[in-house]
Design a protein around this ligand. Sequence first.
Ligand SMILES: N[C@@H](CCC(=O)N[C@@H](CS)C(=O)NCC(=O)O)C(=O)O
Length: 540
Amino acid sequence: MALVLHAGNMNKNVFKALVAAEYSGVEVKLVQNFEMGVSNKTPEFLEMNPIGKVPVLETPEGSVFESNAIARYVTRSKADNPLFGSTLIDSARIEQWIDFSTMEVDANIAKWLYPRFGYAVYLPPVEEAAIASLKRALGALSAHLASNTYLVGHSVTLADIIMTCNLYSGFCRFMTKSFTSEFPHVERYFWTMVNQPNFKKILGEVKQAETVPPLASKKPAAQPRETKPKAKAEPKKETKKEAEKQPAKAEAAEEEEAPKPKPKNPLDLLPPSKMVLDDWKRLYSNTKTNFREVAIKGFWDMYDPEGYSLWFCDYKYNEENTVSFVTMNKVGGFLQRMDLARKYAFGKMLVIGAEPPFKVKGLWLFSGQQIPQFVLDECYDMELYEWKKVDITDETQKERVDIRGNPYGLLAAHPLAPLVSLHHLDYVQPIFPGMTQIESLKKLTTAYEMDPSRALQQSFCYNLKRPRNSKRRFQRSNRGNHGKTDPSRLTPDPCARPVTYFLDHAESVDGDRIRTRYARHVEDLKATNKGIRHILNLVL
Ligand SMILES: N[C@@H](CCC(=O)N[C@@H](CS)C(=O)NCC(=O)O)C(=O)O
């Protein structure tokens, strides 16, 4: 009995066995009338492969699934097959390259490719990581092939067959010339292999991809294979010979099933906004210095309150945030899940706190006046946060929007939240006027070391036009009754705005008291005195 291969479409997994069969002179027939989504669901098929995937090889001794195992079986069907090497070390190295090709090449090709074809969720960091890992693998492969024609020894082995079939997916679908030219020895190897007669018979003419496929979101997701309409042009393969005629075409057909048009997102039906979200994202990412002057100013210049809304979010269960990396992961996961809204949203999350429990807060910009319904429906984390629309007529709230450039608004609005991490210190302006970021941070930590729970309270002080009141507030808070400074007194009118005092010096007095000196900051004073004008001593 000949070996019978059950396979739906011609693809690299099927090619492995067929090319190995060519090299080995072993006969492998393709099963007749195989219909993907039907034939692989039958009890007989599931007997052969319990998860119903193809290819499956039927042998006189029983069935085998997994394409590498099938190719090994086909190869071993021929006694002393040189495809398996003739020494122990060669056989081990053949296995080594088969595993490398599977885990380092094929797996990363799949991670890059599947989301682009709509078979998996597209997440930019996942794609980036897959490309980086693939490049690492191809770099190592290219280095090896710089002084070797084949992976092992001086002739084709099963390692070359499996590696070439795996590379085939990448070369044909998205590894363009500009990508592969970084790996010249891989290129030379691949084109040499696919032009070998035994490969050519099965793969046909191979053509390198000219573009990377656009994201599946732009190209509506393909239907699951089981529900694909039948009676496509693809004829059933009956024998290996028929497969030879149009294998590569068949694979392409598999990817090109006509997708159903996706229903329009209601947000796309909103009146067009003059604010272009991508322009803001670009400005945000490209601004590395003077964030306040460039990006924040740019944001408010382009912000369209009719087309977009801003939202603060506060995690509802901060008491559960007792382990820092778990908290970070939770926020990271939330951001990943929010990727579904990337076309309609922009968000920034913060984890705040010196010690657990950590506070999680964020700021989001959404298209429209409400949080989009599909985000609420599809991202379960949304209900874990308290959402509050930013009132942009309220200067205090506007200041909080400004965390990346000037952290002052957010910090001062939360005087009871001790500061642990300012993400991207390089992106925020120095907290204290006239100082570098590092000097500012050192200054802030002097207050923090004196009394962690009120570091910020001791670092900024609003409304000290009436220092006696403020002094009284600090005195109260020192007895454990945390008084708050009152940022809501900020007004849009600069003349009516209170003067702000920044921590100038903090020292311990008599062991249990803290003497703090504050310097008055006047916004528009020029260089020489760097905005520090007025010294005020408070003894708390
Ligand atoms: N690791 C398997 C992968 C097999 C596989 O993913 N087969 C796909 C077709 S290429 C399949 O049968 N998909 C159907 C399904 O997922 O139900 C192998 O190398 O054979």
